[in-house]
Design a protein. Structure first.
Length: 190
């Protein structure tokens, strides 16, 4: 069962908490039935549950539904210590992000920041990276380009001898460069 069932007296909290074997995190599912009463997050029982969980854990993460669609998400945001707004890259509009921030403020949420998720690094590289076309010039420089474990291109000049260091180039995004007049777009919208 989940915490909804626990709130309505179906069992002990420790029985509802599940240990994830891969991450070793304790997870408290919302509900096994899939049904969530709309007003459960505004109840004294939910406040008491949060107090109890705070006494048991150093860090509690609560994943809610979409803020603009779910009233519960707004209520929870006003009851937790900090709120992080998740923004989906190339999906969430500026207007939706602004409206979400406004709603969070209206519920007195302490906004820690926003996280841009589901970023396609290959598309992002070509989106605003002036060095993205570097691969087109690799033959001119006789450089071989390989993918790193992070999905970025790594250039190496031909065959290396034992003990030779691989050349490394670091490029600062224009919006972070000193004296840049390029406007910063923290959400990554076009």
């Amino acid at each position: 069962f989940g915490f909804i069932e626990h709130l309505f007296g179906a069992g002990q909290l420790n029985d509802a908490i599940q240990k994830d074997s891969k991450t070793m995190l304790d997870i408290l599912p919302l509900s096994q039935s899939g049904h969530t009463p709309h007003d459960v997050f505004g109840t004294r029982a939910f406040d008491d549950l949060l107090s109890r969980l705070r006494s048991m854990y150093d860090l509690i993460l609560i994943d809610t539904g979409p803020l603009l669609l779910m009233a519960e998400a707004r209520v929870v945001a006003g009851k937790v210590d900090k709120t992080i707004l998740m923004v989906r890259w190339r999906h969430s509009t500026r207007a939706a992000v602004k409206q979400s921030l406004s709603l969070l403020r209206s519920f007195n949420a302490d906004i820690l920041g926003a996280t841009l998720n589901m970023v396609d690094l290959n598309r992002r590289r070509h989106h605003r990276d002036p060095g993205a076309s570097y691969k087109a010039y690799r033959k001119y420089y006789q450089m071989e380009t390989k993918k790193s474990v992070f999905g970025f291109d790594i250039a190496s000049s031909g065959k290396r001898k034992k003990g030779d260091k691989r050349p490394v180039a670091v490029q600062t995004p224009p919006e972070h460069a000193k004296g840049s007049s390029m406007p910063v777009d923290p959400v990554g919208f076009e």
